[in-house]
Design a protein around this ligand. Structure first.
Ligand code: SAH
Ligand code: SF4
Length: 417
């Protein structure tokens, strides 16, 4: 494992170790993925292009990176043949490294990924009848120790960089074969570079529900989502992106204002004692305060409701009384809300069990009768442990040598097909 280039920064709330803004590769080249357009332009100027050239080239390169998904400067056919090696000498187009990729019988796909400095994190793709949702990680590990969450048992290693976050979306497009093909002639004249939309693609939605607390890595998540939403790039609408937080109240307003995505809140309990226990952040930011912050969330309307996630834990938070209290609280704050009931996904050593199906049904009915939609999330990808924190664990059990052997076998069988 290479040395991690870490520096302590004052986090939004607590100090967290984070990667430096630009960490050149060992050969000195800079990864362009994750950098905003003006930064690419600046780097081109610093490397010797004049202002006009830097502007034009950065526009072309941005388009090739985020709209066409190329990973090699040699493929940038509207950039002169002499310019392409100039770029290759100075820059790279990165992707997270794939440690392991799994495909469930129900279509769910899961990847164990690795940063360049050797830290594992995960990403899941869940296809449905009318949408395909990519579940993206924002941190390696998590500082918040929710007691039912496996990621919560891992220590926070570091925040993911904007490149590592947007890189997950790009990697998924690579794997799904969803980059548009076609010619790039005349880009410098054409402003209409947005004919490709998410429509017709498998990957239509993004949820920040993988490893980590996205609002503890606000700047990097915002920068990455700005790239995902950029009309000249991945061009995914903010309406198709949902950020899930365990309740980092001081960052919620900025999330609405500066990112503007849909909000999901991991509520999981309706009274202080239980929430203090299972979501310890509640001791810092209490329930009522959290619901008030939801009521103030910029952009929340009946058309764009806030999702309240509620994990169903047997004999802990799943009584009819809890369901009635949930309805009362959501109504008290007049919240445009929907509730997502998540059957607890057990992991080795967990101190909880999932509520019985009858209990979940009864809970759901009470919330529905209160006038709030409360569907039960269907577990997906069970055969590949596609839920929170589990692929990483499964992979850790295998030795590096075993993983390498499996990868070699998989590559060999693909060649033989
Ligand atoms: N840190 C953020 C987002 C990542 S977790 C948050 O907590 O909101 C995404 C969702 O999965 C959260 O609602 C989380 O509470 C839930 N979750 C975590 N572990 C789970 C488990 N073992 N079973 C079911 N849901 C779980
Ligand atoms: Fe972190 Fe979310 Fe897991 Fe809590 S539920 S430990 S905030 S990833």
């Amino acid at each position: 494992m290479a040395d991690t280039n870490l520096m302590p920064i004052a986090g939004q709330i607590d100090p967290v170790p984070t990667a430096r803004d630009i960490t050149p590769r060992e050969d000195g080249r800079v990864d362009l993925i994750g950098l905003p357009r003006p930064r690419i332009r600046e780097l081109f100027e610093r490397a010797g292009l004049d202002a006009k050239q830097a502007k034009l080239r950065s526009k072309q390169v941005f388009h090739w990176l985020y709209h066409r998904g190329v990973t090699d400067f040699a493929e940038m056919t509207d950039i002169s043949k002499t310019m392409r090696p100039w770029l290759t000498e100075r820059f790279v187009i990165g992707r997270p490294n794939i440690v392991e990729a799994q495909h469930s019988t129900d279509g769910t796909r899961k990847w164990l990924l690795q940063t360049d400095d050797g830290h594992d994190f995960e990403m899941v793709f869940i296809p449905d009848a009318d949408r395909g949702t990519l579940c993206v990680s924002s941190q390696v590990g998590c500082t918040l120790n929710c007691t039912f969450c496996h990621t919560g048992t891992m220590r926070l290693v570091r925040n993911l960089t904007p490149g590592e976050i947007v890189g997950q979306v790009m990697l998924a497009r690579d794997a799904l074969g969803e980059w548009p093909k076609g010619r790039m002639d005349g880009l410098e004249d054409a402003e209409d570079t947005g004919h490709y939309t998410a429509d017709g693609r498998l990957l239509t939605n993004i949820v920040l529900m993988g490893m980590g607390e996205p609002l503890y890595n606000f700047d990097n998540v915002r920068d990455a989502m700005n790239l995902v939403m950029d009309g000249d790039g991945l061009a995914l609408s903010k309406r198709r992106i949902t950020l899930s937080t365990s309740g980092v109240i001081p960052m919620m307003e900025r999330c609405g204002e500066e990112i503007g995505v849909n909000l999901a809140v991991s509520l999981h309990a309706v009274n202080k004692d239980v929430r203090d226990e299972i979501v310890p952040l509640n001791r810092k930011y209490g329930l009522e305060e959290l619901l008030q912050a939801c009521a103030n969330y910029p952009g929340a309307t009946n058309a764009r409701r806030i999702t309240f996630e509620y994990v169903m834990l047997k004999d802990k938070n799943d009584s009819d009384e809890d369901a009635r209290e949930l309805v009362r609280l959501l109504k008290k704050f007049d919240l445009p809300a929907k509730v997502n009931l998540i059957p607890f996904n057990p992991w080795p050593g967990a101190n909880f069990e999932c509520s019985d199906p009858d209990r979940i049904r009864s809970f759901s009915n009470i919330v529905f009768e209160g006038g709030i939609s409360a569907p039960v999330r269907t577990p997906r990808g069970r055969d590949i442990d596609a839920a929170c924190g589990q692929l990483k664990t499964a992979a850790e059990k295998k030795s590096r040598a075993q993983r390498d052997r499996e990868a070699a076998e998989a590559a060999a069988s693909e060649v033989g097909e």
